[in-house]
Design a protein around this ligand. Structure first.
Ligand code: ADP
Length: 496
């Protein structure tokens, strides 16, 4: 099979790289395997891509190691920054192609995909700006010593990304790793390999030396597992399910104790108080759960509403939910497209059936939409009990539960009642309530009177079982550097 294929989207026609991008070249997998990626809108294959197996991971890691120790370390921090900035410019130049690929392969609405690309470019440019501002400290201990620290790259980084925001996750991983002088082997999600491969082509054009950025397609249990347990990878960064996150941590512990950062699942509470601006709250709650078809680790999937406004909120939230346009990602005004795959569709429908059986009330939705494509109607469950699976487990689809609370203490208690702690939100017009509740929620992010407003300058990550470490902002740089202490003795020999 060729290494490039012409692909047509409803918007345009372009050349899609389908090989593995290793050591600055497009290659086939050693075992010659390929797999198809499916269009979730019509369930038909788009194109086949080459598959990386363990041997390809070995080759990519060797290329990354060689680049790290030869060419890459000679590139100045400013030049690393310049390359990242150039890459950001190329993302913006090709925004229509990149957004079309995302919509085709992932199913997200084209208008939303464009926002992803804007943010991915912003993230790359932001980390480009950091590249020449990474430095240690000098530390005075006494007259006879000169002490300083160096923030050195961790080394070869394995990065494993999910399918829900393919290019955004690509940029969150590549940006800080490259800015700090590491080299990477990044595995794309098997459901959505196309945009990340196209981005590899842009990285090539941006002028990174061979081996610095290696991008491979492959399956989690094969190529992903090979990265997690590799003896010559110094750090692994993973975004995906909590289940797989645990296996990555175990594989790292059993192999070479590589550093691990994990960005995992969530079951985030979105809390609305009686005194909230109700129109504002409804629009953010709607966006909080249905954005990206509910396929967000930080989705506001548990909606807690104070009893004074509960009935009115539920009535109007249902109307708002029904107004969301669900359909073809390339359709005008589409807000919600299909779920990414048959597997995800089946999982979500399984949760919906489970909720019905457990006795929750379906306020709206609760079934598939049409009979082709992985479309699910936006779904609200009411009259739920704390121990129901739909209240405790991550559904990763356009499905939320709504719960009534009386007091602030009760809202906090329910808010903190799952094993997750990724995100949360508070809607209130009282500043004191906002601050008290924000302080009490055990979550990596608290949004006040908004939802999902992630920004590449501010850190993102989880409390509890939602992850380890933080991505984005200056905090992400810490994951990709290790500190070396140098102590120079200026005094006399101690035992002379
Ligand atoms: P989801 O269930 O939403 O598909 P996963 O956590 O399974 O999320 O997948 C996220 C990423 O992790 C994907 O790139 C996938 O290929 C990879 N992955 C899945 N299983 C493993 C594994 N056992 N080891 C390493 N990576 C894996």
């Amino acid at each position: 099979m060729a290494l490039f294929q012409t692909v047509e989207t409803p918007n345009l026609k372009y050349e899609q790289p389908v090989g593995l991008y290793i050591n600055g070249e497009w290659v086939k997998g050693v075992e010659g395997k390929t797999f198809e990626t499916i269009n979730p809108h019509n369930e038909k294959p788009i194109v086949a891509v080459h598959e990386a197996t363990e041997k390809d991971v070995d080759i990519a890691v060797a290329a990354a190691r060689k680049a790290l120790e030869t060419t890459w370390k000679k590139v100045t921090p400013s030049d690393r920054g310049r390359m990242l900035t150039r890459l950001a410019d190329l993302f913006e130049r090709d925004i229509d192609i990149l957004a079309s690929i995302e919509s085709l392969d992932n199913g997200k609405a084209f208008s939303m995909a464009k926002i992803d690309i804007v943010n991915a470019a912003g993230c790359l440019r932001y980390y480009g700006g950091w590249a020449d501002k990474i430095h240690g400290q000098t530390i005075d201990t006494d007259d006879d010593s000169l002490n300083y620290t160096r923030h050195e790259p961790v080394g070869v980084c394995g990065q494993i990304i999910p399918w829900n925001f393919p290019l955004l996750m690509w940029s969150w991983k590549i940006g800080p790793a490259i800015a700090t002088g590491n080299t990477v082997v990044l595995k794309l999600a098997e459901q959505t390999p196309l945009s990340g491969l196209y981005a590899a082509k842009l990285a090539h054009e941006a002028g990174f030396p061979p081996g610095v950025i290696n991008i491979i397609s492959g399956f989690g249990k094969v190529a992903g597992a090979a990265i997690a347990s590799h003896m010559d990878i110094d750090k692994v960064a993973f975004t995906g399910s909590t289940l797989v996150g645990r296996s990555i941590l175990q594989a790292a512990a059993k192999s070479n104790l590589k550093k691990v950062t994990l960005e995992l699942g969530g079951k985030s509470p979105n809390i609305v108080f009686n005194d909230a601006d109700i129109d504002n709250a409804i629009s953010w709650v709607n966006f909080g759960i249905y954005f990206n078809h509910g396929q967000c680790c930080c989705a506001g999937s548990r909606i807690l509403v104070q009893e004074g406004i509960y009935d009115e909120f539920l009535k109007r939230f249902k109307e708002r939910t029904l107004a969301n346009k669900v359909g073809d990602p390339f359709g005008k005004d589409t807000f919600q497209g299909p779920q990414v795959s048959q597997l995800q569709f089946d999982r979500i429908m399984g949760y919906i059936e489970e909720g019905k059986k457990a006795g929750a009330t379906v306020v709206t939705g609760g079934e598939r939409l049409g009979d082709t494509g992985y479309y699910i109607k936006p779904t609200i469950f009411a009259d739920v009990k704390e121990d129901m699976k739909i209240v405790q487990e991550e559904i990763f689809g356009p499905v939320c539960v709504i719960q009534k609370f009386k007091t602030e203490e009760e809202a906090i208690k329910i808010g903190n009642s799952t094993t997750y702690g990724l995100a949360s939100a508070v809607h209130t017009s009282n500043l004191n309530t906002a601050i008290r509740v924000s302080n009490a929620l055990k979550a990596g992010t608290v949004w006040v009177n908004n939802y999902n407003l992630i920004h590449y300058q501010t850190p993102f990550g989880g409390y509890k079982e939602s992850g380890l470490g933080r991505e984005l902002g200056s905090y992400a740089l810490e994951n990709y550097t290790q500190i070396k202490t140098v102590r120079i003795w200026l005094g006399d020999a101690l035992f002379a």
